[in-house]
Write a protein that binds this ligand. Sequence first.
Ligand code: ADP
Ligand code: MG
Length: 208
Amino acid sequence: MTRVEVAAREVRITNQRIRSSGFPYVKGLADFDWDFQPSVPRAEIEELATLRFVERAENVLFVGSPGVGKTHLAVALGIEAVRAGREVRFVDCARLVEDLEDASSRGILKKRLKYYAHSRLLIIDELGYLDVGSAGADLLFQLISTRYEQRSTIITTNVGISGWGRVFGDDVAASAIADRVCHHCHLVKITGRSYRLKDLPRDGPVKP
Ligand code: ADP
Ligand code: MG
């Protein structure tokens, strides 16, 4: 193979890995409008994009209301990790819990936990949009415990840690999960307007 062919092949493999990682869309940091969301700590995000946090098995927690860019930033970091040859899995929190519950009922929980525990970077999106329930909380706890200090996890959530008791329906389970997520964690709180509503006037939709 010529050098051009080798390069083309690498691009193909990377694109294939990006497709199979489960991202809801493909957007990078270059697509992020920093001026629109000044509460996002740009230097910290750019430091995260060096992937040192992945080498150190640290976590990242994006907290903020809908549309502020949590998933976009998580996807962007995930794509950086894929480009660097790391195995990345992106999964919606409700779907993850559903999948683990299903595996548990079919007696293949261990195998399924292994599958998620294995990724160098696991992105759990939208924690808190749906309540998890105590069986789900227990399964999530098992997964987070396996990854603790071994592998990085990025979580996006619209619920601050103090509200996780409600999400998991159980304060003890919630603090056990939060404890492991938050030890060695980069907490990024984003406040501001939803990018989805950016074209609406600031005082709300125009009345007909
Ligand atoms: P959430 O915080 O609810 O996860 P997303 O990150 O999915 O929201 O953002 C919603 C949409 O707006 C996505 O299409 C995302 O790419 C876009 N978006 C959000 N913030 C920005 C931004 N600062 N610059 C460019 N696009 C943005
Ligand atoms: Mg989101």
